[in-house]
Design a protein around this ligand. Structure first.
Ligand code: ARG
Length: 269
């Protein structure tokens, strides 16, 4: 899958605002009810980790905070098609599956990859978008492959597949240390301040951060493990089939492609 680099301006704003709103900590920072409340219509609660432009991030415009992004557009469309109101709650990535298990959310959209391990605890929709992994590092750092992570401290998001990948790499890479952090913005800040040497971040998300941080560079790494994003539900949720049906309609109508171009750029496929 080939994608174009982001146009800097919109993403700059997005990254900046996501940084500000998540800087105060990882807890629920952006609960919000969305849409006009129809009397009697049912509400679906989506949990996400809004630190992941362009999938989901917090946009502050006109003094209000709103969670927006590719995942949010998809969720809104599905909720509307199925006749639900949508409510979005913002929590750390690591807390998303526990939130589903505790019944605090009806579904999760967070660029989440349907790994086998997660499938033991939650159900997933079909994959709606694919991704690759990259190593992000300070420009001029000379990292061209995973072997160059020798002796380096590498940031990853806590609970993500990048953390799993980092753990595997650390087993075979001499003196590589892993630094798991809650939010992607923290990882970027740690990189810029030199407290970590590199980070493993998904290509599309890394591109956005790179577009706004010329002091960072990235290299793609070959990865055979699971990749791509799917919607997660509590085990045996009746919503899975309905969601899959709307996803399939979005694919065939071209709406999904429209949203991909909207959020990932013209070169996206
Ligand atoms: N795709 C990766 C995973 O499922 C990372 C997702 C991180 N998402 C986020 N909203 N921070 O583990």
């Amino acid at each position: 899958m080939k994608r174009r680099w982001f146009l800097a301006s919109t993403v700059a704003m997005a990254v900046l605002t996501a940084g500000i709103t998540t800087a105060c900590g990882g807890e629920q920072s952006g609960d919000q009810a969305t849409g006009e409340a129809d009397a009697g219509s049912q509400v679906l609660t989506m949990a996400t980790s809004a630190d992941y432009p362009p999938y989901e991030f917090v946009e502050t415009a006109g003094g209000t905070e709103e969670i927006v992004g590719f995942d949010v557009d998809i969720a809104r469309h599905i909720a509307e098609e199925l006749g639900y109101e949508l409510e979005i709650t913002n929590i750390d990535f690591n807390g998303l599956i526990p939130a589903l298990q505790a019944g605090r959310a009806d579904f999760v959209m967070a660029g989440m990859t349907p790994t086998e391990e997660r499938q033991q605890n939650v159900d997933f929709s079909e994959i709606y978008y694919d991704a690759k992994q990259t190593i992000v590092f300070p420009a001029g750092g000379g990292i061209s492959s995973t072997a160059d992570l020798e002796g380096k401290t590498v940031g990853v998001q806590l609970g993500s597949i990048q953390e799993g990948l980092g753990q595997d790499l650390a087993e075979t890479t001499p003196n590589m240390e892993l630094a798991p952090l809650n939010r992607i913005n923290e990882i970027v800040q740690e990189l810029k301040s030199g407290r970590i040497d590199a980070a493993i971040i998904e290509d599309t998300v890394a591109e956005g951060f790179l577009a706004n941080n010329s002091d960072l560079e990235a290299v793609e790494i070959p990865e055979e493990g699971p990749a791509g994003s799917a919607i997660a539900f509590p085990k045996d949720s009746e919503l899975v089939d309905d969601f899959n049906q709307v996803l399939a309609e979005m694919e065939s109508s071209g709406l999904m492609e429209e949203l991909i171009v909207k959020w990932f750029g013209d070169g996206a496929e």
